[in-house]
Design a protein around this ligand. Structure first.
Ligand SMILES: Nc1ncnc2c1ncn2[C@@H]1O[C@H](COP(=O)(O)OP(=O)(O)OP(=O)(O)O)[C@@H](O)[C@H]1O
Ligand SMILES: [Mg+2]
Length: 261
């Protein structure tokens, strides 16, 4: 299972990616969490110890080779994970896409291609789930970073600009041949918020597969540089994400998203 998360800046992609990764790992599956944001924040959200994360190299662009059907890794997935993954809580394997090392160094296409190649090759890794945390810019769509994801979750907050972003990204993602697209409503404060997102999903013909409430637990975890799961395991946000995982595992999300590319 390969899931990617996109949406407007600050919508909650990293919080949800981290929590989903750890909850999935608790089901006994090997989980690879790919931080595909050039401003990486997935480590702290997972509750990973910063020292080992900092000591582990970013995915180098030399790792990507060209196969006839697109970019692929020039080594095996396990070799890449042995060298470039940090073990985060619950055994999640955190891998970070390359980030700029200098000003003016140019575009980051190769970094995106490397993350994409890893995601592609992870499709052949047995008993492995992958969660890819994307950046806010829609460049990951123009570069096809998540084109090998089976499920793209667009995280939407209940306000116009967030929904507009999801609408644009859903339209672009409709061109991805392997990827189903669904919406996750985040920071839902009341029934009015929930309704606004439901109506929006109707309009763009994409299913809303989870409703995650607004919770101060998330902000407090952030303030403490802790993961939500460690700070507030009983949070309503965690419960909502457990529900989402169950729906993904039982195929309910896939069925809802099928045919709505
Ligand atoms: N359900 C929630 N309730 C309250 N606050 C939330 C919720 N989800 C996320 N947040 C807060 O929103 C902010 C942005 O969250 P997060 O970093 O996960 O978003 P992001 O989409 O990954 O952002 P970026 O685009 O910068 O990568 C953080 O302060 C986080 O604590
Ligand atoms: Mg983020």
């Amino acid at each position: 299972m390969r899931i990617a998360l996109a949406g407007k800046g600050g919508a909650g992609k990293t919080t949800i990616s981290a929590t989903l990764s750890r909850l999935l790992a608790r089901t006994g599956t090997r989980v690879v969490a790919i931080d595909a944001d050039t401003n990486p924040n997935l480590g702290p959200a997972l509750g990973a110890t910063q020292g080992p994360v900092d000591a582990t190299p970013y995915l180098p662009t030399t790792l990507v080779s060209r196969r006839f059907d697109g970019p692929a890794l020039s080594c095996t997935v396990d070799e890449a994970l042995a060298e470039y993954a940090t073990v985060a809580p619950d055994g999640v394997l955190l891998v970070r896409m390359g980030t700029p090392q200098h000003t003016g160094e140019g575009c980051l296409c190769s970094a995106h291609a490397t993350a994409s190649a890893l995601l592609s090759d992870l499709g052949r890794a047995p008993d492995t789930a992958t969660v890819m945390d994307l950046e806010a810019s829609p460049e990951h769509l123009s570069r096809g970073t998540a084109r090998h994801a089976e499920l793209l979750l667009l995280v939407a907050e209940p306000y116009f600009r967030s929904l507009e972003t999801v609408k644009r990204q859903a339209a672009l993602a409709a061109e991805l041949p392997e990827t189903r697209v669904a919406v996750v409503a985040n920071k839902v404060r009341d029934e009015g918020d929930a309704q606004a997102i439901d109506e929006f999903c109707e309009r763009i013909d994409r299913p809303c597969v989870a409703r995650i409430p607004w919770s101060d637990d998330v902000l407090e975890a952030d303030r403490r540089t802790a993961s939500l799961l460690d700070h507030a395991p009983g949070s309503a946000v965690v419960a909502a994400l457990e529900g989402l995982i169950e729906s993904v595992r039982t195929g309910h999300v896939g069925a809802l998203a099928t045919g709505r590319r």
